[in-house]
Design a binder for this molecule. Sequence first.
Ligand SMILES: [Zn+2]
Ligand SMILES: [Zn+2]
Length: 237
Amino acid sequence: MSTIVNQIFKPLLDFIYPPYCAICKEPLNGARVVCNECFDEILPTPIPFCQKCGKPLSNNEDTICKRCKETPLSLNYIRGIGIFDEPLRTIIHLFKYKRKLSLGKRLSNLLVSTFNSAVVLHNADVITPVPLHRVKFRERGYNQSEILARGLSKGTGIEYENLVKRIRYTRSQALMNEYDDRIKNVEGAFKVIKNVKGKNILLVDDVTTTGATLNAIAKEILKEGAKSISAIVLAVA
Ligand SMILES: [Zn+2]
Ligand SMILES: [Zn+2]
């Protein structure tokens, strides 16, 4: 680039892609937004974790956690890359709310690794994202789960399809503490828009806390005759 172009565009580029890591503030050395050292600090979900919901188990639980035994999920399995802890928490925040879409590729790669090591997910016929309501989509400009689902589809060769629509605007689950509130909030919020009969569906989302959103979608999909539904997420909180 000529000096004059450099003078104009370099600051603009640096503004769009600041050359320092958003987490440790060290130079990025070619990486985008978050340096490779910080990104590599994302740890896999500690073992043992619940074989159903994917959350770490406490000492006195066997292979399935107390919650899954008492209130079984409609999903067969949920698996996460890791727990909702640093640096994953900040990286998800940057990706979801700060338009740092370049993180999508690296996060999708982690989903692919998690998928590859989770044999229980390997029967999936179709990958589909948790949908955003159109109002929220307009506000945010993108559906972070769709970016992840498309990346996972690319990395695994499993077909991608938008199977579900969000038909009711819901408050953010993150703002609710009570499990029952979260369930009520997403009740009747989703509609299946494609044929899912006989298919094994893999649902993709960024974070799951109580599993209420994933479960509400799973119920609708099973009602339409799908064979099974599981989910893969970035973080289990
Ligand atoms: Zn860093
Ligand atoms: Zn569980």
